[in-house]
Design a protein around this ligand. Structure first.
Ligand SMILES: *Cc1c(COP(=O)(O)O)cnc(C)c1O
Length: 380
């Protein structure tokens, strides 16, 4: 067997040395006799809508043909749905694909990308792939973005700032007012990406009205996906809403024919079936509220979450908690010694989570962070 790290003479880019491997959520597994639930990747627990599946079956009949490279119908339906010009829409293979297009369109080696940390795992990867540098700005004690610190981190080399709202994996969003103030302060040469992968789950009235914020700011774009609320994670489709010079750059940096025909058809069908999907989103949000209240009632400090997951900032005990959950059939997502994220899944999975969390806390009392002590303290 050859050693994959051995130099065989092929000259690979040195930038690859800086690319961290994406750690995917583990597959479900459980001890014998225990039901397994995969709540490690923020997927939608519901199977696809019958109407969407029907469209997928029909589209499968034409896979001998290339897809529509211009993604014409979906682009138009998105433009109509969002109330934006069709030229402002750019699609990609998941919003991770679109984000790669963003970095490819903006960053030369040595350029900087500013984002909060912890945040979405794909950010360091797409940044390093371009040979650009990540500038990670720590979250505050409530696991929220520190937008002032992110602004202060902008240098002459900064090409992109990513704001993940709600933040994966911790849950909190930034408010409209905070984001507006931040955008007003960021130099107009810096592209700000508002990553709203979980926007459909947001219920807080102070949430950013991102399409309003991007409208008059050519350096602001919105990133969205069909992977989470729409339940199409396996088809790989996401999109950006951006002003023309940026949107057309994203079309140039896209993999030609990247968004496949089944994904295009399923996305159109899902937008048309949104009322039906919304019922599922509402049910998941209700479950989120129930889970958070019960966990807090047990004594856990759970940061405010506006997404379809909850964060346990367990530090050194992250591994123990993930292992205890696994014993009970729950596959969670562990982030080293930072914490553990659990996706809101089917009710049965959520019930097991509450049980496991209660038992764990009883056996291992967790010190609340100092910030929790003062309840007059505004969590944002
Ligand atoms: C899941 C997620 C995405 C979406 O990924 P896709 O490539 O569209 O599946 C984007 N951003 C964040 C923060 C996410 O958590």
């Amino acid at each position: 067997m050859s050693d994959p790290t051995r130099d065989n003479g092929v000259q690979l880019r040195s930038a690859l040395d800086q690319v961290p491997a994406y750690v995917p959520g583990k597959s479900a597994s459980a001890p014998e006799g225990v039901t397994a639930y995969k709540i490690s990747s923020n997927e939608n627990p519901y199977s696809p809508l019958p109407s969407v599946l029907e469209v997928v079956r029909e589209a499968a009949g034409s896979i001998n043909r290339y897809p529509d490279m211009a993604v014409t119908e979906l682009t138009q339906v998105l433009a109509d749905t969002l109330g934006v010009p069709a030229e402002h829409i750019a699609t990609g293979t998941g919003s991770v694909g679109v984000l790669g297009q963003v970095i490819a369109a903006t960053c030369d080696p040595g350029d900087e990308v500013v984002y909060a940390w912890r945040s979405f795992e794909a950010y360091p990867i797409v940044t390093a792939l371009a040979g650009a540098s990540s500038v990670q700005v720590g979250l505050d004690d409530h696991a929220r973005h520190r937008l002032d610190a992110m602004h202060a981190a902008i240098t002459d080399r900064t090409k992109v700032v990513i704001v993940c709202t709600p933040n994966n994996p911790t849950g909190p969003m930034v408010t409209h007012a905070e984001l507006e103030r931040f955008l007003d302060a960021v130099p107009s040469r810096v592209l700000v990406v508002i990553d709203e992968a979980y926007v459909e789950f947001v219920t807080d009235e102070e949430a950013p009205r991102s399409l309003e914020l991007y409208r008059d700011r050519p350096n602001v774009m919105v990133l969205r996906t069909f992977s989470k609320a729409y339940g199409l994670a396996g088809l790989r489709i996401g999109y950006a809403v951006a002003h023309p010079p940026v949107a057309s750059a994203l079309r140039k940096t896209a993999t030609p024919f990247g968004v496949n025909s089944i994904a295009q058809a399923a996305a159109v069908a899902s937008l048309k079936a949104f009322d039906e999907l919304k019922e599922r989103v509402d049910a998941l949000v209700a479950e989120r509220t129930r889970v958070v209240e019960l966990l807090r009632g047990q004594g856990w400090f759970i940061p405010e979450t506006q997404a379809n997951f909850v964060w346990f900032g367990l530090g050194e005990r992250s591994g123990d908690f993930a292992a205890a959950a696994q014993e009970a059939g729950l596959t969670l997502r562990q982030y080293g010694t930072d914490g553990v994220r659990a996706t809101i899944g089917e009710t049965e999975a959520n019930d097991v989570l509450i049980q496991v969390a209660g038992d764990f806390l009883a056996a291992n009392p967790v010190e609340p962070p100092d910030t929790q002590a003062t309840d007059t303290d505004d969590p944002r």
